[in-house]
Design a protein around this ligand. Sequence first.
Ligand SMILES: [Mg+2]
Length: 232
Amino acid sequence: MDSIPELVGAVSDYLAQGYLRIKLKIEPGWDIEPVRAVRAEFGADLLLQVDANTAYSLTDAEHLRGLDDFGLLMIEQPLAEDDLRGHAELAKLVRTPLCLDETIGSARDAATAIALGACRIVNVKPARVGGYLEARRIHDVAAANGVPVWCGGMLETGVGRAPNLALAALPGFVLPGDVSASRRFYAEDITEPFVLDDGSLPVPKGPGTGVDVLPDVLRRFTVARRDLYPHR
Ligand SMILES: [Mg+2]
């Protein structure tokens, strides 16, 4: 968003759609004030968190400490992807829990980050970690350590959204995820659209991922085709 009034308007729209938790993207020059404005407008009960996507360095610790006043669920990935030590140091300097996203590429990464005190929460994105088996292992490692996880998103169509919902239904996923309704990113999805029901999405119950691709819609949106198993 280009301005705080636009941001407050956008948050208001999403809350009206039923979303239960709001995540703001932050960076130097766009952090304390937008968070203050959203907190002031929507009150202390709003589940609110921020994601810095690696935009800060450890020398910003004093500034980031300013976020402690706003009762945030977490600060996500404040420092560089490979800066585990920095996150462990920062975690001692701010009260708000740190969550790691970009840093965690595997269950081993998660185990290391948790052991070093670099995070108290893990964002699990199947597409980031190589798929659902590794995502499940990260969940298991985190759960064994009492660390909550939540399911991130990477603009999935319904093809990815459905298994993300199954993942997010595992018991360690105790924080609201980024698994949004189809209309958050798409005018038309290539599966039946996912629609929010009172702030939640149902886990598909069918075989496999539980959803089918709509062949006609897929045909309309197809721009290229490659046969991965050509006939010899
Ligand atoms: Mg993130």
